[in-house]
Design a protein around this ligand. Structure first.
Ligand code: TRP
Length: 506
């Protein structure tokens, strides 16, 4: 069967596929979001819910997404169409809110990293990185409705970020995405190892590391800690984005998919744990050199990379600029390899359905992506980022994951996917996996969603006005949801949807 010809682009090798999947998973979220969450939610004790979430939700769901893409042989829209005619929209929705939501602000954060890489050379932030970041660099307004003007340095780097992404995607699956990740992933690992090694040797590093690893078990009783852990696992493994489905569809028949899912998940989370050492070592160094308690040097997540790190870079002395360049370069590399994954997944969906040439699609999407990102480079940009991020992460991703489990578990024969995975993989999934997908995951995800909803309506998120929350956050979710139906009812221009899945052919 390995000679089957589906006419689909394919990865050159399994290693290439795994590296690309890791490239999508490892992103900005692994470096600062994880460290900050760990710190805030009980240090070492956070690792317990994090690992539980990885085992109970992350790995089973990643196996499911790999299984759907590989068995149905399609990007998310095609795969869901082949699961059932009425489910095609569920393939489009995550692609829409990620491509026209997450990646728009995510690429702006990468652009900040590019700017800060240059600022590192002469420590442009001076003695007050906080003021520099919020006032000079972002020139932050007082509310999301005050958009103000575009910040030119951000716009220029944003253009470069989209240009590089475009340059990778137009080259196709194996010569573009695979090749880029073959360079980016080893480079990222090297940069991270250098930074971690450097950081743990700084004075005071141990103070930070012991805060990172010292468990505060009282936090385990707090449902918020568990919710943060599950939310982080979704974001970090690119689950519910529709990306992993497309990536898996490019694998030839005989490929150990279950094993690849486990490797991808473990590598991604291992990377987070590793970079956590670096981040906490830096915090310890700052607390000791400035003679301040550790709690005072940690700010909120964005502040960690763009305020606390610059401060630390200035304190390092002569080698500070080199440290800064390496740090912001590693964030940029991690970010770009995630950003290209959604463009690729969208290109794949549109190519499957409309048969449009991928070069044209890639160009169109990158132009739209760049244009759409511009709102986040304005003076109100950070507020927009915060709101869109909150709504898409807490509702979009979780809802997409929940619906995925219900549709594949209850409206389709999940066993087709499980048997197919078992046929091609070394690691065998028992019937227990079906029940994790059909019952456990929907249950967890519903609890998370309801808890979040109750909170949403009791306090206005982030203290924003209800009008901004509805006008920006809820409408973003609502509009992408509606557009997914518009895409789904368009007639198919190819006959890809008529082909069978791999599990049914046999
Ligand atoms: N997993 C990435 C992270 O932890 C996030 C991510 C994955 C992403 N795919 C993406 C962001 C596509 C933007 C676009 O940072």
């Amino acid at each position: 069967m390995s000679s089957e010809s589906t006419g689909r682009s394919t990865w050159k090798s399994r290693t290439g596929f795994i590296l690309a999947a890791i490239g999508s998973a490892v992103g900005l979220g692994n470096i600062w979001r994880f460290s900050y969450l760990a710190y805030e939610n009980g240090g070492g004790a956070f690792l317990i819910p994090y690992i539980v979430a990885l085992l109970t939700a992350g790995i089973p769901l990643l196996i499911l997404e790999f299984g759907i893409g590989h068995e149905r042989i399609g990007s998310a829209p095609l795969a869901f169409r082949k699961i059932g005619r009425r489910w095609e929209w569920l393939g489009w929705w995550p692609l829409l809110f990620t491509m026209f939501g997450i990646v728009l602000y995510y690429s702006v954060v990468i652009a900040w990293c590019v700017d800060f890489m240059f600022y590192s050379f002469n420590l442009s932030w001076g003695d007050d990185p906080d003021k520099f970041f919020f006032e000079s660099f972002l020139n932050l307004s007082s509310s999301p409705t005050e958009i103000g003007v575009i910040q030119t340095p951000i716009l220029i780097s944003l253009f470069i970020v989209w240009l590089v992404s475009w340059g990778i995607i137009v080259r196709g699956v194996s010569r573009g995405v695979e090749l880029a990740n073959r360079v980016f992933m080893p480079l990222l690992l090297l940069l991270t190892l250098v930074l971690v090694f450097w950081s743990v040797n700084l004075e005071g590093a141990m103070v930070g590391i012991s805060a990172y690893l010292k468990p505060d078990f009282t936090k385990l009783g707090d449902p918020d800690v568990w919710i943060s852990a599950y939310g982080q696992i979704f974001f970090t493994l690119s689950l519910g984005f529709g990306i992993m489905i497309a990536y898996a569809s490019y694998m030839p028949y005989n490929s150990n998919m279950t094993g690849s899912a486990v490797i991808t998940a473990l590598a991604n989370c291992g990377f987070s744990l590793l970079s956590g050492f670096g981040v906490f070592a830096i915090l310890g160094f700052m607390s000791v050199t400035q003679n301040k308690p550790l709690e005072e040097v940690v700010t909120q997540s964005i502040g960690l990379a763009f305020v606390a790190y610059p401060k630390a870079i200035s304190l390092i002395g002569n080698a500070g600029p080199l440290f800064g360049v390496l740090f912001f370069l590693s964030l940029t590399v991690a970010g770009v390899s995630s950003a290209i994954s959604i463009v690729e997944a969208f290109v794949s969906g549109a190519e499957d359905k409309f048969g449009i040439n991928r070069k044209k699609l890639a160009t169109l999407l990158c132009v739209l992506g760049f244009a759409g990102s511009i709102i986040f480079t304005t003076n109100g940009g950070l507020f927009w980022l915060d709101i869109v991020d909150h709504f898409i992460n807490n509702y979009g991703l979780v809802m997409a994951g929940l619906l995925e489990c219900i549709v594949v578990g209850w409206f389709f024969r999940l066993d087709i996917i499980r048997k197919h995975l078992n046929k091609v993989s070394k690691m065998q999934l028992g019937v227990w996996w079906n029940w994790v997908i059909k019952l456990c995951l929907p249950l967890f995800l519903t609890v998370i969603l309801l808890n979040q909803l109750v909170r949403e309506f009791s306090v206005a998120y982030g203290g924003y006005s209800w009008a901004s929350l509805i006008g920006i956050g809820w409408s973003w979710i609502g509009i992408t949801f509606l557009v997914s139906f518009i895409f789904a009812v368009q007639p198919w221009k190819t006959d890809n949807h008529l082909a069978k899945g791999r599990g049914e052919e046999l």
